[in-house]
Design a protein around this ligand. Sequence first.
Ligand code: ADP
Ligand code: MG
Length: 233
Amino acid sequence: MPLIIVTGFPTSGKTTRAKQLHTYLTERIQTAPPSGSAPKYRLHLISDQTLSISRSVYDLSALPAHTRSANASEKDARASLYGAVKRALSDRDIVILDGLNYIKGWRYQLFCEAKAVRTPSCVLQVGCSRERSRLLNEARLAREAAVEGAGEARREGNDVDGDGDGGNEEGAYEPANWENLVFRYEEPNAMTRWDSPLFTLIWEDGEEQAKQVFDSLWDAIAGDTRKVVKPNQ
Ligand code: ADP
Ligand code: MG
């Protein structure tokens, strides 16, 4: 099935929403089939973290200016993500792609990939103000610095950053890298085929709103009324 492209600023809450959506879809898939039959869909969550892609691949400031256009590490990262999506994607597999997905040409490529296997795609935009996202990244940087100081505790697997996630928090972006990614971010546009249908959740949206958005997302890509995808459309 269906490809769900999550997009938003760096440290804007994308992974949090992707996980909420994963939980929602797990339940939905289990309850969807008539009792006794196998679930109709398998669910996959793909992200930089699941493929061990480092934040630094997006860092243009680490490269000399003349090589920026050929940022090989980001291209390699995109190739890995693309390969992982391609391997999982089918009419029976729901793929959540949690990541920046900030280049519209990239979203277009993913849209075409879904179309090639005749399965729908959609975009889930995670809305968060620049200022809040920046502060979250700064807080992560500060925690990483503290964790480096407590290297021993980390090696022993303790939750040194004290946020209850066992120390497995996602990496922070270097400030210049963060600014640059926000600058380069290409907002999704619901008027284009590859960014639609477009669903949005903002930071303040609570459980109820999230459920409503996930319900309409399900209807669009997996429900009985979902659009039939023709490869030549
Ligand atoms: P991203 O994947 O975009 O880097 P995360 O989902 O990891 O962002 O979120 C960054 C931080 O913000 C995490 O500590 C997370 O718990 C918190 N967070 C994310 N979304 C929300 C929200 N809607 N309300 C409150 N806290 C949130
Ligand atoms: Mg994330």
